[in-house]
Design a protein around this ligand. Structure first.
Ligand SMILES: Cc1ncc(C[n+]2csc(CCOP(=O)(O)OP(=O)(O)O)c2C)c(N)n1
Ligand SMILES: [Mg+2]
Length: 816
């Protein structure tokens, strides 16, 4: 017998409650059937990998009830039931994901790019414009790395705080209603062992943001038991110190069993209320969950769970427990009447059977939709090959490919292209119309299909940063030289005025206005929500930025020094860089990361690990301005676009004098465009950032011995030189030297490949192309440490001279 509390609390009639319960049960059953059939699809070879939400169904029903329009989820691969309950995933779409259907209409989570179990909703229309996020339920796109959903969750929650409290943002109808939106996180018990989990939990407690964190606890992380994962084997136990009290802000913490439907609903409603109205973060530790089919399709849990545990999992299976509860439910009313959900078990058996049938039918529909499209393409290819064969002297060979292709019962696109491309090889010596047709077909077909896999690495909208019109800095008549940091500061001042949704935050960025005072006085002027200090926690600084950018804000996240970007590089690489790609352009986070580096002092303040960065963040623009005027211009450009980028300012440039532009906030440095900063005849030297000043110094000495070098500032590493200007310089000088402060074979190797291979620079070279870089070790401390670690003006001079000596030993006599 259950009391009437739940009904009274929710103020609903028994009939409504009953319908809701039975509908919930139906969703749970459907979800479970999806898991069961999904596993079979993988084991029978139709899908490649499966990871499912079985055992976690019931708490997700409760979460879905508390989840309102405008709210955001940031979770992981177990949440299919939640997605179904909020109406954002149907059965056919679930299977389309498993089969990797590349049509976004059939597979709205990622157009087949992500493995099943990685969920997302669409924040953007097809043309890249924002939808009204307050009128839909939102799920930020999942990533696979455990706890990788945490940093972004922090930003999703913080956006509500910003929208509620920043006066200029009060009216943001597409993104927020008074900051009433909650960000809901989900994570597995074992993944709470990750640093990102603890970093995020602490930061959300400090920031007091509306974040509700659910931990789905099934006692395991694949095969590894909680005793190896969590101190005291309990995340709520060890997070007790976070509990708020009369004197301190903190968390509200709930503990609830994952099979207890009624308790779960109660807890989730309370959590929602607390987070939504008071912006207090909440932790819900959902215990006693199971994994009926084990972790994933890659193994079986009988290998690591003993008989007693396996029996317990059967007995405490949340769907079974919910079913038993429905079956045994009786409610005595005040007038003695006994109310039940069902008259007999038969009603539940019907729901069970219907769920099975529905899942099986939709699964078949998904498979057919997936396959039919490819079969049509296959048939076209078969017909074409047949006609080609008829005209070829290698008929038998081509026919073999044609017949093999036709015989494949469930073809994929690889099969089609293998047959076509291998057939073409037999026609090398031949010339006939159908051969041309085949060549054309391969080209257009490959291109069309390639797009399905390679689109949306960067913005394809009108707001692509490459489409922002450049604008030159303008200057007053009389020369006005200032410290570089003044240009930054005054430019940020203009930007904060111009873009109300702009926020800047990082370590020491608020009160003192950053370590180099590029934000001096701006917190005082714009308030501590728009210009703010953060804790020392690089990964979640980036996470704050990602989450807030996903909710329509324009964050600039500061990483104090480039060397410390490594703490954040994982989340930049896994989350930010892939977001547009993994959602096929349906979610974006135009986050700007601001940092400074290349040259200061010692092992951890003078690094320039550019090769590592550019190789890890394809999808994020990487900009390396040589001075503050250029840097400020990049921020101005980026804020007009809709893409993520990192701007690396020169650490030794804030006190160097530059002329103060008069059109601050407006002038724009072009992205993907190089700049020739000195013309010359004998050699092209390309570099970026602080190193350019050393090259300029060497250029003067080289001129004295009759060597004229042309210096190009790359400015933008990703993308690099979209107009292929560098090769024009190489065509003139016939010699190329790439200089930077990265390790040998770092970003210099990338630039070399771009120029020699992609721009076909090799054909103009009269000397071996060369690189000059730092040593392989980190830069040592002190002036001599720098001199013996990084390229110096003497190194540049001698490298160039040596190359010229090789060309003309009589004119440039050997130095050594
Ligand atoms: C960073 C990272 N390390 C390892 C993995 C491999 N992995 C995937 S899921 C998983 C276990 C997660 O367990 P838990 O968080 O308890 O979630 P559950 O699957 O039990 O719901 C591991 C180790 C990963 N995806 N990412
Ligand atoms: Mg687990």
């Amino acid at each position: 017998m259950t009391n009437t509390d739940t009904l009274q609390k929710q103020n609903i009639s028994f009939e409504d409650f009953k319908n809701e319960v039975l509908e919930d049960y139906r969703i749970a059953r459907v979800s479970r059937e999806c898991s069961l059939l999904g596993r079979r699809e993988v084991l029978s070879g139709k899908a490649k990998f499966g990871i499912f939400g079985d055992g976690k169904e019931v708490p997700q029903l409760a979460l879905a009830k508390a989840f309102k329009n405008g709210d955001f989820r940031s979770g992981y691969y177990r949440d299919q039931t939640f997605m179904m309950a909020i109406g954002e995933l149907n059965i056919q779409q679930f299977f389309a994901g498993l089969y990797a259907h590349t049509d976004i209409k059939e597979e709205p989570m990622s157009a087949g790019r992500q493995m099943g179990g990685h969920f997302a909703t669409h924040s953007l229309n097809e043309d890249g414009s924002w939808k009204n996020l307050t009128q839909q339920k939102n799920s930020s796109a999942d990533i696979s790395p455990t706890a990788g959903q945490m940093p972004r969750l922090l930003g999703l929650a913080q956006a509500s705080k910003v929208y509620r409290n920043v006066a200029v943002l009060k009216n943001s109808p597409n993104f927020s209603e008074e900051g009433n939106e909650v960000a809901w996180g989900t994570i597995g018990n074992a993944s709470t062992s990750e640093g990102l989990f603890f970093e995020t939990i602490n930061a959300a407690g400090v920031l007091q943001v509306p974040m509700v964190m659910s931990v789905w606890d099934d006692e395991y992380g694949i095969s590894v038991h909680a005793k190896h994962q969590t101190t005291k084997e309990s995340i709520s136990e060890i997070l007790k110190g976070f509990q708020r009290d009369e004197t301190h802000d903190g968390y509200e913490i709930f503990i609830v069993n994952g099979w207890d439907y009624v308790q779960l609903i109660d807890v989730y409603n309370q959590a929602s209320e607390i987070a939504r109205t008071s912006h207090v973060p909440v932790l819900i530790h959902v215990k006693e969950l199971t994994q009926p089919q084990g972790h994933s399709t890659s193994g079986s849990h009988e290998r690591y769970k003993d008989a007693a545990r396996l029996q317990w999992e059967k007995d405490f299976d949340c769907v079974t427990k919910m079913r038993d509860w429905i079956l045994n439910f009786e409610l005595e009313t005040e007038n003695g009447e006994v109310l039940k959900f069902i008259d007999s078990e038969e009603e539940l058996i019907i729901i069970d059977k219907e769920a099975k049938k529905e899942v099986s039918t939709a699964k078949r529909a998904a498979w057919n939709a997936f396959l039919d499209e490819i079969k049509t393409e296959r048939n076209t290819a078969v017909t074409l090959l047949e006609r080609v064969a008829e005209n070829s002297s290698n008929k038998t060979f081509v026919l073999k490919h044609r017949n093999d292709l036709e015989a494949i019962v469930e073809p994929i696109r690889k099969d089609i292209l293998v047959a076509l491309r291998k057939s073409l090889r037999f026609l090398k010596e031949e010339k006939f119309a159908e051969k041309i047709e085949l060549q054309q077909f391969i080209k257009t077909y490959s291109k069309r299909i390639q797009y399905k896999y390679s689109s949306h690495l960067t913005s394809e909208t009108e707001k692509s940063v490459l489409k922002v019109p450049p604008e030159k800095p303008r200057y007053q008549e009389e020369k006005n030289l200032v410290d570089g940091r003044i240009i930054m500061r005054d430019n940020f001042d203009m930007l904060l005025e111009k873009h109300p949704e702009l926020l800047i935050f990082g370590e020491d960025a608020g009160f003192i206005g950053d370590v180099n005072q590029g934000l001096e006085g701006l917190q005082e002027k714009f308030g501590d929500l728009r210009v703010s200090d953060t804790g020392i926690r690089e990964a979640t600084i980036i996470g704050q930025g990602i989450g807030m950018a996903m909710r329509g804000l324009r964050p600039i996240a500061e990483i104090q020094y480039l060397d410390y970007l490594l703490y954040a590089l994982q989340i930049m690489s896994d989350d930010l860089a892939t977001l547009l790609y993994r959602t096929h352009g349906r979610q974006k986070a135009p986050l700007i990361i601001r940092t400074r580096g290349h040259r200061l002092e010692g092992i951890w303040h003078a690094g320039s690990p550019m090769g590592g960065i550019i190789n890890n963040v394809r999808g994020i623009h990487v900009l390396v301005p040589r001075n503050m005027t250029k840097a400020a211009g990049f921020y101005n450009t980026l804020l007009e676009g809709d893409e993520p980028a990192i701007v690396i300012e020169c650490l030794n440039g804030y006190r160097l004098k530059e002329e103060l532009p008069i059109n601050l906030g407006d002038y724009k440095t072009e992205i993907g465009v190089v700049e020739t900063i000195k013309e010359g005849e004998d050699m092209t030297i390309i570099s970026y950032g602080s190193t350019l000043r050393i090259i300029e110094e060497a250029a003067k000495d080289l001129a004295q011995v009759g060597i004229s070098i042309e210096i190009i500032d790359a400015q933008s590493l990703l993308p690099f030189d979209i107009h292929h200007e560098t090769v024009k310089s190489v065509a003139k000088t016939n010699r190329l030297l790439v200089v930077d402060e990265d390790v040998p074979g770092g970003a210099s190797a990338y630039l070399l490949q771009e120029i020699v291979e992609n721009q076909n620079g090799y054909q103009y070279l009269d000397s071996k192309p060369a690189t000059l870089t730092s040593k392989a070790h980190r830069p040592a401390y002190g002036t001599d440490g720098d001199y013996f670690s990084k390229p110096s003006a003497e190194d540049v001079f001698e490298k160039v001279y040596e190359m010229m000596n090789e060309v003309n030993p009589t004119k440039y006599k050997s130095l050594y």
